[in-house]
Ligand binder design. Structure first.
Ligand code: ADP
Ligand code: MG
Length: 720
């Protein structure tokens, strides 16, 4: 057969080294994200079709789709005046009978299937009222070389793979490309996974697994089973995806662990938690104390902390962060607290001032005073802050991305806290970390993340879980509202306003239609003002300046506004205890986790809250179903799990921005057990590799494969 790449094709070959792939096709493949041989092999079919020969001509019935092995008795072209293309008619036979075949167009078949040739035919049998007989219509065909027999056909006479047709590459072309590629790699013994790991996990070898994913062996079981994670080739590749990611994570974790720290806290630091607690107006929850203890342990170890603080909205993560900051400053080092928005930075600054304010006499005052740094801080103020940070006189800075800028030097940055870590990319995390000498890092998220995500994409971090809310939290009832007309506002919202409670109204702000969304918020503001003339309505959009935002927020906080109409800027953690109601417009445009986060903004004082979700008019049943999840579950971890299930990890918590490999076959929710197994084995592999001969080779093979398969791997293999 022509077009088969010669044996010189290797896994490391680029597409330009494959003779079967010309420049045009290469371009199309590249547009599908396929840049090398490995990419091509990992472009798996999304389903399979049974094109085996199961029937003879005598068995045929109308409507049956079948494969036949038959010989061409005659074939001819017929021009039909009204049709643009000619009709090709043939007569084929096997030992049981004759059958007419018709194609429209496809003149090349005259050459490909000359009289007397043997071929496979796969198509649908129909009854022709014209010839009053069964006819096989437009079958897929392939010549059979009597010597080669079945084995050579990619398209018929077997279970065939069906690929997505994108960028002008048909499923059939794809089938031939992968088929030829596999044939030229035949006997390949490469395996990215270490042999011991394979053996222990009881998995198939790499090449047979790849082959069987594209061209499955004969099976009498339903073809759907080939799509299940239990299909052995698939199981192997799912494990592989997890193992490779966990390998990356383990290596990162270890390289952090091998970095020394310049100071350590004397161990047995529990009294410092008590001391901290005495400065607070309320006792810490058990979960907060546990997280503080875990942080103390990190700080008394010989390598920097790299910890992920997970907890539901309102679980009190900020205080735990404050505790961590306190430890660093007590050692004379500097701390930086990074928040994604100015409002949030201001709020954190206020919280820290309050918390540390109570401790100041004991601590000797000044070092715990936070300064705020954002792009709004300019001129003399900014210069004063920068010089304080450079000399080390200023110990604590709270701020936005502005802290990350190059011209912001630190004297001795020892502690980095990042709130809403998913709003920052890896590069930004690294930028901050490199401002000190391997500082301790604590990252937080306002949205709980499912365990599987923590174990995979955040697998390089230690995890502290705050699984308890402070006492006295009020339940928040959630309702999806069908019609948010005037009567909704009068019936549901007015009573709360009359009780002097406050209301948030939230609009999504999606960049492409920023002006439309902002206008929606403005219109709502006007409508609500006229609907509730006795109450004060404020407007907060992303377009306002920092000072404007802060002044509106301050008015709302002080109760000078009753209703605050806002685009998502309030998403990230404002604390207004008297706000009991939130109405989210066009709720279908938010992620579930984000909505859950918004929900955490109410019910913070002593009063129960109500969360109304108003889907936009175009919301489909799927969108409705998503919102109902929030109605059903108040627990953030559960919501996050559902969100992950529905959207996949790419859209989740900045995973795509992280530049880490996306899973092709593995499913974080479905395959959690495999994930846990792969994680355990990857970390054991890395640990033992140091002691084992031959491991270096296994590692280099694995890393070489990772580079072929994914981008950015080196970024993740390097420290932080
Ligand atoms: P989140 O985890 O969402 O960042 P915060 O740190 O903003 O939560 O805390 C939410 C609210 O709970 C704040 O008003 C904070 O003062 C309060 N809080 C935190 N810890 C406790 C506690 N142990 N007891 C009572 N209230 C607490
Ligand atoms: Mg928070």
């Amino acid at each position: 057969m022509s077009g088969i790449p010669p044996k010189s094709i290797k896994l490391t070959s680029g597409l330009d080294e494959c003779p079967a792939i010309g420049p045009r096709r290469r371009l199309r493949l590249e547009r599908r994200g396929i840049r090398n041989v490995v990419d091509l092999l990992y472009s798996f079919p999304f389903r399979y079709e049974d094109r085996r020969v199961r029937l003879t001509i005598a068995d045929l019935r109308e409507g049956v789709e079948t494969g036949l092995l038959a010989t061409v008795r005659s074939i001819r072209k017929k021009n039909v005046p009204k049709l643009k293309a000619p009709i090709i008619e043939a007569e084929i036979f096997d030992r049981t009978g004759d059958l007419p075949v018709v194609w429209f167009g496809q003149e090349y078949l005259l050459k490909r299937l000359p009289e007397g040739s043997q071929a496979f035919f796969f198509g649908k049998v129909e009854y022709s009222t014209f010839s009053r007989s069964l006819v096989l219509r437009s079958p897929v065909t392939e010549r059979v070389d009597p010597e080669e027999g079945l084995r050579k056909s990619y398209h018929v006479g077997r279970i065939v793979p069906v690929y997505r047709e994108e960028e002008g590459i048909s499923s059939a072309v794809f089938r031939r490309l992968t088929g030829d590629m596999l044939r030229s790699l035949w006997g390949e013994t490469f395996d990215p996974l270490p042999p011991d790991v394979l053996r222990e996990a009881g998995l198939m070898d790499w090449f047979p697994a790849i082959v069987a994913m594209h061209f499955p062996k004969e099976t009498d079981r339903p073809l759907e089973e080939l799509l299940l994670p239990s299909y052995p080739p698939r199981a192997r590749l799912i494990f592989e995806e997890f193992f490779l990611l966990e390998y990356l994570m383990t290596v990162r974790k270890r390289s952090i662990a091998s970095t020394g720290r310049s100071w350590t806290l004397p161990s047995g630091g529990d009294p410092s938690i008590d001391r901290f607690e005495r400065g607070l107006p309320f006792p810490l929850t058990e979960a907060q104390k546990r997280a503080c203890r875990e942080i103390l342990e990190d700080l008394s170890s010989t390598h920097p902390m790299n910890r992920f603080l997970l907890g539901d909205v309102g679980s009190g993560k900020t205080l735990v962060a404050a505790f961590a900051i306190l430890q660093a400053i007590r050692q004379g080092r500097q701390a930086a607290f990074l928040a994604p928005t100015e409002i949030l930075a201001q709020q954190h600054g206020r919280t820290l001032s309050q918390v540390f304010g109570a401790m100041r006499p004991e601590e000797g005052g000044d070092p715990l005073r936070p300064v705020l740094l954002s792009n709004a801080v300019r001129g003399l103020d900014r210069r004063r802050i920068l010089s304080g940070l450079a000399t080390g006189d200023q110990k604590l800075v709270v701020g936005t991305h502005a802290i990350l800028e190059e011209g912001v030097p630190f004297h001795d940055l020892g502690m980095v806290v990042i709130d809403e870590q998913h709003k920052f990319g890896v590069a930004q995390r690294r930028a901050l970390a490199t401002k000190g000498q391997s500082p301790d890092v604590l990252v937080m998220t306002a949205t709980p993340i499912p365990r599987s995500l923590a174990l995979s994409y955040y697998g390089d971090l230690e995890i502290s879980l705050i699984d308890e809310l402070p006492p006295g939290r009020q339940p928040v009832a959630t309702h999806v509202v069908k019609d948010a007309g005037e009567s909704f506002w009068i019936k549901k919202i007015l009573p709360a306003l009359q009780r002097k409670e406050q209301v948030f109204v939230v609009y999504p702000l999606i960049e492409e239609s920023e002006t439309v969304d902002a206008k929606n918020a403005m219109d709502a503001c006007a409508t609500l003002s006229s609907l509730f003339p006795a109450h004060r309505v404020g407007l907060l959009t992303g377009r306002a300046s920092g000072a404007e935002k802060e002044s509106v927020m301050e008015q709302f906080r002080r109760g000078e506004l009753d209703i605050l109409v806002a685009t998502t800027v309030i998403e990230v953690g404002v604390d207004v205890p008297n706000a009991t109601i939130m109405v989210v417009e066009n709720a279908e445009r938010f992620g579930l986790a984000q909505l859950h986060q918004l929900r955490g903004r109410i019910g913070r004082g002593g009063l129960p809250g109500t969360f109304f979700l108003v889907p936009g008019p175009a919301t489909g049943p799927e969108g409705q179903r998503r919102l109902r999840i929030l109605e059903a579950y108040s627990d953030g971890f559960h919501v996050a799990e559902e969100d992950l299930r529905m959207r996949g990890p790419g859209e989740f918590m900045g995973v795509r921005q992280s530049g880490l490999p996306m899973f092709l076959l593995a499913d974080l929710v479905r395959d959690t057990e495999t994930l846990v197994q792969a994680r355990t084995m990857a970390s054991r592999f890395v640990e033992e590799a140091a002691l084992r001969e031959g491991a270096a080779w296994e590692i280099s093979r694995m890393e070489e494969f990772l580079r072929l398969r994914y981008r950015n791997v080196d970024q993740w293999l390097s420290i932080r």
